[in-house]
Design a protein around this ligand. Sequence first.
Ligand SMILES: *Cc1c(COP(=O)(O)O)cnc(C)c1O
Length: 405
Amino acid sequence: MSGLLKSKIWLSSPHMSGNELGYIEEAFRCNWIAPAGPHIEVFERELCAYNEVNHSVVLSSGTAAIHLGLMLLDVQPDDYVLTQSLTFVASANPIKYLGATPVFIDSEAATWNMCPYQLERAIQACLRGEIKTSSGKGGAKLPKAIIPVHLFGMPANMTEIMKVANRYGIPVLEDSAEALGSKYYGQSCGAIGELGVISFNGNKIITTSSGGALISNNENMIKRAKFLSTQAKEVAMHYEHTQVGYNYRLSNVLAGIGIAQLEVLDERVEARRKNFAFYKDYFSQVEGVDVLEEPNEGYFSNRWLTTIMISPLEAKGLTKDDLMIALACENIESRPIWKPMHLQPLYAHYSFFGEGISDEIFDKGLCLPSGSNLSESDMLRIQAVMDELFHHAKIDNKKTAAFHL
Ligand SMILES: *Cc1c(COP(=O)(O)O)cnc(C)c1O
């Protein structure tokens, strides 16, 4: 049977718990079909409890959360905002929405996330006025914000990043869109900096179809986020406005989905960590393929996606593309690592501080099917493809070795 006749195995597909419809019906019953209502309040309370923070606001997307977060940190046109280059484009675009200038930071090899050493180099270059702003003007000034990303669920090196940020007094907005359920030395990712961003998009570890949140211990900031996300309507009998606002609130119907999803988050993390354990065990027997491991016990990844690097020189000439194509032939989805921002036509002309780490990760890296709803037979199909590919490679190598003898 051709692979394409087999059912598709997705990289990461939505995984409902079964309780969502009950909450949706409740929203219908009380007619709260609006970006306001009781589910929103419950969802926000439970997000706070889960992440051990005092305040949260649920929004229409993670991108909206980053946009609002940067506004709360007073990012203005011609300000600098530092973010990691290896990320999804939504970490960087809100910097541009505000007319500010992104400065891109390379990854460290251990986590694939923001390198604290390159971060400090970039800050000093901003202070020396060596970086042109979006308007073309230079400007010797402190960056307004730092956006580290917990990519694929792996916590960034927050101890060192916070040390650098605090040394200069720059606030940190954590892009934790992929890392709900990840912990750094016992603290939730997203709860360490001034503000944290979560996404509930369809492919994330839990989903509301689309949605996002800002979490923080800063009450005033979250109050202001609620104000700005509901059209900045002043307290008055009529519609009174003194500032530009946005329509960024989450629907009460979708918040109901979120409540049901949050109930099973820990199970979802467990399932994804089990996927990772399977791949780790498998690739321990394959030369030239490395899974990204947690650097030490302080790091707890939700394993949103299992990521590997294939080094052709050690993997008998096989590349990540070979594996991606072999999987695709069997109707199994895998995906390259996010293409770094400093290599994107959109952002290539902005400053980048690095030494080729993220370039290499992009070159050799692959995301493997990682959904919490993968079945045992799905895993067997994935394994069969890998067996075929890597086994063949081994045989070929023996043949060529024998030939050279
Ligand atoms: C998904 C994602 C976002 C954006 O979240 P949306 O809810 O899709 O807008 C931001 N940053 C990263 C790293 C993401 O993966």
